[in-house]
Design a protein. Structure first.
Length: 167
């Protein structure tokens, strides 16, 4: 039942849910909505013998990875599960990267953050210096220090991490 599933918790490894639209104790769409409200990001593959286009569109817009009408071939289900696990693995990797970058960014000074905002806007060092009212050499020092703190290996890596942080 949906209550048992919600009470059971979710694994801390790539996973997916295979749900029927009709479940004991509620619908699959209601469960999908409740999971989203709880902040549980787990990919869902819906199965149903009672499919209609509006319902499948609603499920997909709410984040379902796939929607299989019954009867379906075994390979279709295997492919849908593989795709869902791929989605979850990628999401987990992105979440981990964001957590790591946020931890590194905690040591950035306010001025380093200001300089990084200029870098993200593709400004030259002298343009950043002018905007901040500091010397160009000071901008270079702040940029270098921020790069070390964020463990960047290139300007592209720095910009990628700046965007992750929404600076």
């Amino acid at each position: 039942s949906t209550g048992e599933l919600l009470g059971a918790g979710f694994p801390d490894r790539p996973a997916c849910l295979i749900l029927d639209l009709r479940l004991p104790g509620g619908s699959g769409l209601e469960l999908q909505s409740r999971l989203a409200e709880m902040g549980v990001a787990i990919p869902i593959v819906f199965l149903t013998g009672h499919a209609d286009v509006p319902t499948s569109v609603r499920a997909m817009k709410a984040g379902a990875v796939d929607f299989l009408p019954k009867p379906f071939r075994e390979q279709e289900l295997l492919d849908a599960v593989a795709n869902a696990l791929k989605h979850d693995t990628a999401r987990r990797a992105a979440d981990l990267e964001l957590t790591q970058v946020r931890a590194l960014a905690e040591s950035l000074t306010p001025r380093e953050r200001d300089v990084l905002r200029g870098v993200a806007r593709a400004l030259l060092n002298k343009q950043i210096a002018y905007e901040l009212g500091i010397a160009e050499m000071t901008v270079k020092m702040h940029r270098s220090s921020a790069g070390r703190k964020l463990q960047t290996v290139s300007i592209a890596d720095m910009i990628s991490k700046i965007r992750l942080l929404n600076l």
